[in-house]
Design a protein around this ligand. Structure first.
Ligand code: PLP
Length: 391
């Protein structure tokens, strides 16, 4: 049997040990941890909706109408009117015929890939894809082929060397750790030219990019004809919890018959769906949230460039600062925390070795003064750690 304490010890000495933070209040730009308030730059609550009064009030109303739990899987008696209305509203929002709610994005990716591909098929994935897309490919039993990040020529070469039916190409829309957007029109063209189905995971694009926040596909005007499978999550810009897959009637009916992570699990509480519907109304109507985010991102990038920080080529609210080693990422994160700023160090295997980073994310609830404070503290941390290195 594997010696657990040895493995845990090795993680610690390699700066790869993971720990949790315990929050004593709601998610927001200011969070309460261990009796201290921190200015946080590490949630995916991009639009500041996780604790929005309209969303919270809708959640309460949902509880009053539907109770706490769904009590069953969707195919038994767990599928409520609230779930159904949300599916219709989400399909409308992403301009696709149907949408199917999943409990989480992780489960949605596992369920879709395993339902659409299996032994004898191939799934082509960007090297920067989220873990759930990679795990979905593994679970499906199909052959997983990874192509270089955002590299259409590499994908094309790999598609040409394969001759299997029912291939799937899967990509993040906005990459979760780098913040860049996939070359979606070229991916759609390439997948179509090789008769492969394209799956786009838009967990970080929905609500944030595109007209009315309709996501990275709407931003490039790619409909269901070009991208047949869209996965979106509700725990990020929507501020609640859950996920959905949108596409044709046939796709959704296939998932209802075959997606095991949808069939064999309890439906989410209906009140979550009621709250999400309220969040959706804010997402589509409040453009100022996206405009403000863009302002914050530009301000941060300009300031960070002056400090000589190593940024990614990202125009989204995901603005990582690359530190290189895991040890440096931890050191920066700890120093910032002492200064009252919360940014989590992201280390391998979540990102490739040598590219450990502070994953900074902005929310529409941040102010320009918050960005300036972050830049000041980064400057100070940079000076202190450089000083330490030269001692
Ligand atoms: C967060 C995330 C998921 C998983 O979604 P959950 O609802 O949190 O399980 C899937 N894909 C990407 C790209 C993500 O960032």
């Amino acid at each position: 049997m594997k010696d657990l304490s040895t493995a845990l010890h090795a993680r610690r000495t390699n700066s790869l040990y993971r720990t949790r933070q315990i929050l004593d209040g709601p998610q927001g730009v200011s969070v309460s941890l261990d009796g201290r308030e921190y200015l946080s730059f590490c949630s995916n609550d991009y639009l500041g909706l996780a604790n929005h009064p309209d969303v919270v009030a809708a959640f309460h109303q949902g509880l009053d109408r539907f109770g706490a739990g769904s009590g069953a899987a969707h195919l038994i008696t767990g599928h409520s009117r609230a779930h159904h209305e949300l599916e219709e509203a989400l399909a409308d929002f992403v301009q696709r015929p149907r949408a199917l709610l999943f409990s989480t994005g992780y489960m949605a990716n596992l369920g879709v890939l395993a339902a659409l591909a299996g032994r004898g098929n191939r799934i082509f994935e960007d090297r920067g894809n989220h873990a759930s897309l990679l795990d979905g490919a593994r679970l499906s039993g199909a052959r997983l082929v990874r192509y270089r990040h955002a590299d259409i020529a590499d994908l094309t070469r790999r598609l040409e060397s394969a001759s299997s039916a029912d291939s799937v190409v899967a990509t993040d829309g906005v990459f979760s750790m780098d913040g860049d957007i996939a070359p979606l029109p070229a991916l759609a063209q390439t997948a179509a030219a090789h008769a492969a189905r394209l799956l786009v995971d838009d967990a970080h694009g929905l609500g944030v990019v595109g007209p009315q926040g309709r996501g990275s596909l709407a931003a490039c005007d790619l409909g269901v004809g070009q991208v047949p499978i869209l996965m979106g999550t509700l725990g990020k810009a929507f501020g609640t919890f859950g996920a959905f897959v949108a596409g044709s009637d046939e796709l959704v009916e296939t998932l209802i018959q075959e997606a095991r992570t949808w069939i064999y699990t309890t439906a989410p509480p209906p009140a979550v769906a009621v709250a999400t519907l309220a969040a959706l109304r804010l997402v589509e109507s409040e453009d100022w949230r996206r405009a403000h985010l863009q302002l914050l991102v530009r301000r941060f990038r300009a300031g960070a460039a002056q400090l000589g920080l190593n940024l990614c080529d990202s125009a989204t609210p995901i603005q990582p600062v690359i530190t290189g080693t895991a040890e440096a990422a931890l050191r920066w994160s700890t120093a910032l925390r002492e200064a009252g700023i919360l940014i989590i160090a992201i280390r391998p295997p979540t990102v490739p070795a040598g590219t450990s980073r502070l994953r900074i994310t902005f929310s529409a609830a941040h102010t320009e003064a918050h960005v300036d404070r972050l830049l000041d503290m980064l400057e100070q941390t940079l000076a202190d750690t450089n000083h330490a290195e030269h001692d």
